[in-house]
Design a protein around this ligand. Structure first.
Ligand SMILES: *Cc1c(COP(=O)(O)O)cnc(C)c1O
Length: 449
């Protein structure tokens, strides 16, 4: 920590392989080294401050160095940093499991902890698969996924992923899945005459294949990594209805949309949907520590009960599953939701953001603005009329976020979609700054084209 900047930069370039990063170009760019955070801001070594416009990868909820969360972590540190849940328990895991079950959509009473979004998804996939096996229904072993879906980077999660750029190369390693088109209204081939063909295709697949389908997996309300692509109202409820009718489980991956992000505690609650399995991570500790949970219905849980020698056990668990430090911070984060009536308090902030975004809509390179709560994608296009994108080599999204950085905000794009996902605690004034910087950065980043 006492190293000077030049040494850190050199050692970073010698040793650190950054995730989701083409290192060749990265090595020639200025390296931003974050040394401190406070509220909605991150700071570098020189004391420059940046609005954390993507909540440190969609995770932070209550700001950095939030006193209540810091204190919860310190207090737990004085008890024990880690003890396993394999055969033992500890108070933070017990209490957090109970709180999550109380907050979750009705019926999700069982909580299986793991470490991050990908592992929460792995757990959901294995639970869904083994559920049917334990019931003696050996045929139901396949998964139906959505195009452009993203569920994490471990191989099971990649198998149910639908983003060719990330997932295609691993195809030979993956189990076979069924895939249905996902709604993407801005680029919908039926744009002129939408009769919900995206739903019809999914419904047809479930109807045809239900005997071999263990589960449908999707990101409810908004596909995140695909470029913040929202589903039309009613979509999720219809998927729930069709999966229930055909006895296919529904896995809701709320890793990105959970914990208030879309304006409800959980996105499924927009449509009063109870999935059979629900994956949580990112915001679960307010963005402090890695932790994840897969919530399951009682019915699924009961299918795993039996005498030991029947081997219905769920043989799965990670070393740091349900880590006490992370769980203690998770509890403190839920306390903040309760104390501040956070979901209600978000309403005016979400409306302010809607108004600020409307002010960007006239920009000649802003094609589409998609918002659900404090989760936003701004799709940039070369030509607004034809919706034509730029060639990928131009890296317009990347140029925009570098411009934003010079203006004092940290963003991370998804291709040419600029993502805004500030901490839920962002103040109205900071939100206005973020919108102003974003607009200016879009203007600069797209200017020379
Ligand atoms: C980020 C994300 C994941 C993966 O979570 P990690 O913690 O990065 O493993 C899974 N599903 C969705 C919807 C996500 O946005």
């Amino acid at each position: 920590m006492t190293c000077d900047r030049d040494t850190l930069v050199r050692w970073d370039r010698e040793h650190l392989w950054h995730p989701f990063t083409q290192m060749q170009g990265f090595l020639t760019e200025d390296l931003l080294i974050i040394t401190r955070g406070e509220g909605s801001f991150l700071f570098d070594q020189e004391g420059n401050r940046y609005l954390d416009g993507v909540s440190s990868l969609w995770a932070n909820l209550h700001g950095h160095r939030r006193p209540e969360l810091d204190q919860a972590l310190r207090s737990q540190l004085e008890q024990v940093a880690h003890s396993t849940l394999l055969g033992l328990a500890h108070p933070p895991a017990i209490l957090l499991a109970r709180r999550l079950a109380q907050l979750a959509p009705a019926g999700l009473t069982r909580v299986f902890f793991s470490d991050d979004g990908s592992t929460a998804v792995e757990v959901a996939l294995k639970l869904a698969f083994q559920y049917w096996q334990n019931l003696g229904n050996r045929e139901k072993r396949r998964f139906l996924k959505l195009e452009n879906g993203y569920h994490g980077d471990t191989l099971g999660a990649v198998a149910v992923g639908g983003i060719p750029l990330f997932h295609e190369i691993y195809h030979p390693l993956l189990f076979d899945t069924l895939s249905a088109p996902a709604p993407y209204c801005y680029r919908c081939p039926y744009r002129e005459d939408c009769r919900e063909q995206c739903l019809e295709e999914l419904e047809a697949q479930v109807a045809t294949h239900h005997r071999e389908l263990a589960a449908v997996i999707l990101e409810p309300v908004m596909q995140g990594a695909a470029g913040m692509i929202p589903q039309p109202p009613g979509y999720l409820a219809r998927v729930r209805e069709v999966t229930r009718r055909h006895r296919v489980l529904l896995i809701a991956d709320e890793v990105a949309v959970g914990f208030g992000r879309t304006g409800r505690m959980f996105a499924c609650q927009h449509e009063q949907v109870s999935p059979d399995l629900m994956c949580l991570a990112k915001g679960i500790t307010g963005g402090y520590l890695p932790l994840a949970a897969t919530l399951a219905s009682d019915e699924i849980y009961r299918a795993f009960l039996g005498e030991y020698q029947e081997f219905k056990t769920f043989f799965h668990g990670h070393t740091y599953t349900g880590n006490p430090l992370a769980a203690a911070v998770g509890l403190a984060s839920l306390d903040i939701f309760e104390k501040e009536r956070l979901i209600e308090a978000l309403v005016p902030k979400i409306e302010l953001l809607t108004r600020l975004l409307a002010g960007m809509a006239g920009h000649p390179h802003v094609g589409d603005i998609r918002q659900r709560g404090l989760m936003v994608g701004i799709e940039l296009v070369r030509d607004r009329g034809s919706r034509e994108p730029w060639p990928p080599a131009q890296r317009i999204g990347h140029r925009v976020i570098l411009a934003a950085r010079r203006l004092g905000a940290i963003l991370r794009p998804l291709g040419d979609v600029i993502v805004l996902m500030p901490p839920l605690s962002i103040s109205p004034a900071e939100l206005e700054d973020l919108a102003r910087i974003t607009y200016e950065a879009i203007d600069r980043g797209t200017a020379s084209d």
